[in-house]
Design a protein around this ligand. Structure first.
Ligand code: NAD
Length: 367
């Protein structure tokens, strides 16, 4: 029997998780998926209980589970504590302990929310872009790192950006494979854009060369292009529909995926998946713990609910239940239900709802 570990986390985490778990339980029953749900803590909640952001019992449960569903971690309460045990460290650690090296973020514009984007409709309509980010290497994990005092007494901060060929090949394969799957589903040509800074960073020169070799040896049918990270930032707002799959390292991926998220108008709509080599994954919304609205029933639970759909698709290979959830989300948007983050006061026929009501509406659509 397969197990899903839920980690609600902090801030709006428990509110959005309640709604996502209700949806997961409903599809579990409806489609007889046979999933068992377990709970654990991570981030600030774990610091409060166990003194560390990723307690050993949580890690054990996560290792034993087939998939992990996460809300969000962090908040002002823990901002002042020592850096090495801050909530976000728990997140970085669980990703690396589980070997979740591939982060997938879809930036998709729901037609019902076309007005939510700050870009003109003709630039953004129909956007459906996938960013594949390397998650367990690069500058966020490279050693040496730290802050040291120089001979003249001045302080110097330093980090190291490192990638081995095997790490680049591993993430490259994920991107090439997904480009093929998406192309087949959409009836288009498969293409990926590899983002680097090969003009100034040797580590990304190796990245670029490795992607070229991979394409030539294993994926000649997939079109491969390259773009410098700074240009990619500009192109994402100038003409985002030129991209289908973007693949990049940890730091550039962090920045580009947040930028892509904003193209769609609300970070409250965007799910993500982080996968290991065997398809085990951690699924979470792209947003953080939103302390400014926590506990007020204002959070949009749809990104977490859509993360459940990703989990069913990528880890449990159950397309029908994944598609059912996505359809239910689209249906509630069609009905005009909106949480505050996706509300457009100029549009008629919309109803402002809270987190709970939005979750219940999705459940009702699922029947
Ligand atoms: P954030 O994503 O939490 O919030 C940014 C803005 O978006 C806020 O105005 C918030 O109210 C809004 N927002 C976010 N999610 C929403 C939702 N579901 N519905 C409606 N509105 C939503 O980013 P931040 O303010 O930079 O960070 C807050 C905390 O979250 C920090 O402690 C940060 O470290 C943490 N964080 C955690 C994760 C994670 O757990 N994966 C990711 C990013 C930030």
């Amino acid at each position: 029997m397969a197990t899903v570990l839920t980690l609600a986390g902090d801030g709006i985490g428990p509110e959005i998780m309640t709604q996502a778990v209700a949806v997961l339980k409903a599809v579990n029953e409806k489609f007889e998926l046979g999933l068992t749900l377990e709970e654990g803590d991570l981030g600030g909640a774990a610091i409060d209980r166990a003194g560390v952001p990723l307690p050993e019992d949580t890690l054990q449960k996560a290792r034993a589970a087939d998939a992990v569903l996460l809300g969000a971690v962090g908040g002002p309460k823990w901002d002042g504590i020592e850096r090495s045990i801050r909530p976000e460290r728990g997140l970085l650690k669980i990703r690396s302990e589980l070997g979740l090296f591939a982060n997938l973020r879809v930036a998709k514009l729901y037609p019902q929310l076309a007005n939510a984007s700050s870009l003109k409709p003709e630039i953004i309509s129909g956007l459906d872009l996938l960013i594949v980010r390397e998650l367990t290497g690069g500058i966020y994990f490279g050693e040496p790192r730290g802050i040291r005092t120089l001979e003249n007494g001045e302080q110097q901060g330093y980090n190291t950006m490192v990638y081995k060929t095997s790490e680049i090949e591993r993430i490259g394969k994920v991107a090439f494979e997904l480009a093929k799957i998406r192309a087949k589903a959409n009836g288009t040509a498969a293409k990926i854009c590899s983002v680097d800074k090969a003009n100034v960073l040797e580590v990304t020169e190796l990245w670029k060369q490795t992607m070229i070799k991979l394409q030539q040896s294993e994926y000649p049918e997939v079109e491969l292009s390259h773009m410098y990270a700074d240009n990619a930032c500009m192109q994402l707002v100038r003409d985002p529909k030129q991209f289908d799959v973007m693949v990049t390292g940890n730091m550039f991926g962090d920045i580009l995926s947040d930028e892509a998220a904003m193209l769609t108008g609300s970070i409250g709509m965007l799910p993500s998946a982080s996968l290991d080599e065997n398809g085990k994954g951690m699924y979470e919304p792209c947003h953080g713990s939103a302390p400014d609205i926590a506990g007020q029933d204002k959070a949009n639970p749809l990104a977490t609910i859509l993360s459940v759909a990703m989990m069913l698709r990528y880890t449990f290979k159950h397309e029908v239940s994944a598609a059912a959830i996505e359809q239910a989300v689209s249906d509630v948007l069609d009905d005009g239900l909106r949480t505050g983050d996706i509300m457009d006061s100029d549009e008629t026929g919309l109803t402002l709802v809270g987190c709970k009501q939005m979750g219940e509406a999705v459940l009702a659509k699922l029947g």
